[in-house]
Design a protein around this ligand. Structure first.
Ligand SMILES: Cc1cc2nc3c(=O)[nH]c(=O)nc-3n(C[C@H](O)[C@H](O)[C@H](O)COP(=O)(O)O)c2cc1C
Length: 187
């Protein structure tokens, strides 16, 4: 597969088989991430890998969050929780915030986004399903996540990545894209 084909074929995969992921594969994803472009080689990312017992604790945090958010909708809490309980590995990715340097901090976030995209493409090559979550149980905008991963104050959570072998029979159709023609101004 060429790089262009890989970019075009990448999909958000949200349903996983009940199968663990080999540690070597997780390490490959983390290794690939560190090759992303980044300003002045600050390498601003940090990765928090959640699996096994830590995933159980994540489930507890997600339950508390969902029950607070949907106090009168237990079915919604239950169905939303499935996202966590059926995911073998999650990786929370943070980016370094530099005090009094908002531009550099922003560039760090851009670099970290590049790192996540690299991981996403690599996951595809390794046969893994992958989705970057920010909303809902991704808990990116919730203070609980900082406490859960134990990240220092100068780290901002950029994404929670959910990874697993894709569930068979749940092929994800291509997403429609607006042509670059409509998104481009030639000056
Ligand atoms: C910054 C970012 C945040 C996202 N947050 C979520 C999310 O919270 N939940 C989710 O299911 N998918 C999330 N996604 C995945 C997108 O929904 C997905 O990429 C989009 O639907 C297009 O599908 P495709 O990636 O298969 O082309 C996120 C993607 C990005 C880049």
């Amino acid at each position: 597969m060429t790089i262009i084909e890989a970019i075009k074929n990448r999909r958000a995969i949200r349903n996983y088989a009940d199968r663990p992921i080999e540690k070597e594969k997780i390490e490959k994803l983390l290794d690939v991430a560190t090759y992303a472009p980044n300003d002045r080689l600050r390498q601003p990312w940090h990765f928090y890998v959640i699996q096994g017992d830590a995933m159980k604790r994540y489930e507890e945090m997600a339950t508390e969050y969902l029950q607070q958010r949907f106090p009168t909708k237990p079915h919604l809490v239950e169905s939303s929780l499935k996202v966590v309980t059926t995911t073998p590995v999650a990786i929370v990715v943070t980016s370094a915030i530099i005090p009094d340097k908002p531009d550099d901090s922003e560039d760090n976030m851009f670099a970290t986004c590049c790192a996540i995209h690299s991981m996403w493409l690599a996951a595809q090559e390794l046969g893994l399903g992958f989705v970057w979550r920010t909303r809902g149980v991704g808990l990116v905008h919730d203070e609980r996540m900082h406490q859960f991963i134990g990240s220092p104050e100068n780290e901002k959570v950029i994404g929670t990545i959910f990874i697993g072998y894709p569930e068979e029979g749940k092929e994800v159709p291509p997403t429609e894209r607006i042509s670059f023609d409509e998104k481009t101004t030639w000056l």
